[in-house]
Structure formats: C-alpha cells, structure tokens
Ligand binder design. Structure first.
Ligand code: 5GP
Length: 206
C-alpha cells in the first residue's frame, strides 16, 4: 500500500496583474493532487459566482463568530469585506495528501506561516519590470486609470516583501513561468521529509 504523504500549502504572492491567477489555473489543469482553497467571505456574490466553488458566502455575524471560534488559519479585511481561510478544510486536504493553493497576500502568508511553519511553500511572482506590469494592467482593461495607479502603489508594497518567499519566479514569458512553478511543486513533493514514509517502506524491505 502506498502511504499518503502530507500535502503542502502553496502561496504565490504577486501584485495585481502579476499573473498569479493564470499560474494557479495552469497548475491545477496540468498537475494532479493540487487544489485551490475556497475562502469564506462577507462580500456579495458576483454574477456567475457559485457558493462553495468561488467562495463560501456568509454574513458578517457568522464571520465574526467564526473568528471567535478560531475557524480561520488567517483572515483579512480587503476593501471593506472580510475574507478567511478555513483551518479545518485546509488541514483535511493536507492530511489527504493534497497540495493546496491559497490566494492570499503577503500579510495572510505571514499568518499562515506563523501557525504552520513546515507546511508553507511561498513563491514570489515578480513582474519583469514596472513598465511591464503597468502595461498589463492597462491592457487587461478592467480598471480606470486612477485604480491602476492605486494598484501600482500596492504592487510596490507587495513586491517589497519578496525576501519572505522561498522561491522567486520572474514572470516575463508566461510559458516559462508556468514551467518554473511546476518545477517548484515537483521539487517540493520530492523533499526527503515529504518522501520519508514511502522511502521507509521500500528501504524496510531490503
Ligand atoms: P475578490 O473580492 O476580488 O474575490 O478578492 C479580493 C481580494 O481578497 C483578493 O486580493 C484576494 O486575494 C483576497 N482574498 C481572497 N480570499 C482571501 C482569504 O481567504 N484570505 C485573505 N487574506 N485574502 C483573501
């Protein structure tokens, strides 16, 4: 019987427009055993969003109650709404041997790391230049010019924390960056500590 190894938590930090969404989707489409953590939020559901797929949508009271019960491994207020990562669901996935991608910023990453230091693999996704990031945000066409300026200021803050990450990927050409994050997941899965149970079984038979 193959022993299940514990999964790890993959946190890719990137400024808005940095390509984090595409890289996460790429990993989930091309690799087995990796999934996205569904957060709980108090914000209103947007058209097309599905309960339990995009988020678990709850009221402020319920969210506050969940904080009191320590149901979140990390939570944050973003643009007036609350977002949190469920501790139980996260642990269940890790114990089932799945790797879990969390879409949280450097502050959330710090909280998770503090509580589960051995479980976090943090990757800083870095745009190739300031101009390239600005161009991507403009081309994406989602935001007004003043919103783009705000995102650029936030980008500076997010990027200033790059030294807290375990790995760095410069997202210049998307297909190369996809290969880089895949390589990180593969290498992390092969860490001796994560392979220990399976290796012991084989070595024990000698
Ligand atoms: P949106 O409302 O556009 O879906 O997400 C807004 C922001 O909240 C994004 O930057 C996203 O990364 C962040 N976010 C989503 N879920 C969580 C979470 O569970 N914890 C934290 N800290 N941030 C989250």
């Amino acid at each position: 019987m193959k022993e299940k190894k514990r999964g790890f938590i993959l946190i890719m930090t990137a400024p808005s427009g940095g390509g984090k969404g595409v890289l996460s989707r790429h990993l989930m489409e091309t690799m087995d055993g990796i999934r996205f953590s569904v957060s709980t939020t108090t914000r209103a559901k947007r058209p097309g969003e599905v309960e339990g797929v995009h988020y678990y949508f709850v009221g402020k009271e319920t969210f506050a109650e969940m904080i009191r019960e320590q149901a979140f491994v990390e939570w944050a207020e973003v643009f007036g709404n609350f977002y949190g990562t469920s501790r139980r669901a996260l642990l269940d996935h890790l114990e089932a041997g799945q790797d879990v991608i969390l879409d949280i910023d450097w502050q959330g990453a710090r909280q998770v790391r503090a509580q589960m230091p051995g479980d976090v693999v943090q990757v800083a996704i870095i745009p190739p230049s300031r101009e390239a990031l600005q161009r991507r945000l403009v081309l994406r066409g989602q935001d007004a010019l003043e919103v783009i300026e705000k995102r650029m200021a936030l980008a500076e803050v997010e990027l200033s924390h790059w030294e807290e990450a375990d790995y760095g990927v410069i997202n210049d050409r998307l297909e190369l960056a996809c290969g880089d994050v895949e390589a990180i997941v593969r290498a992390e899965r092969l860490k001796r500590a994560r392979m220990a149970e399976r290796i012991k079984q084989v070595v024990g038979s000698f």
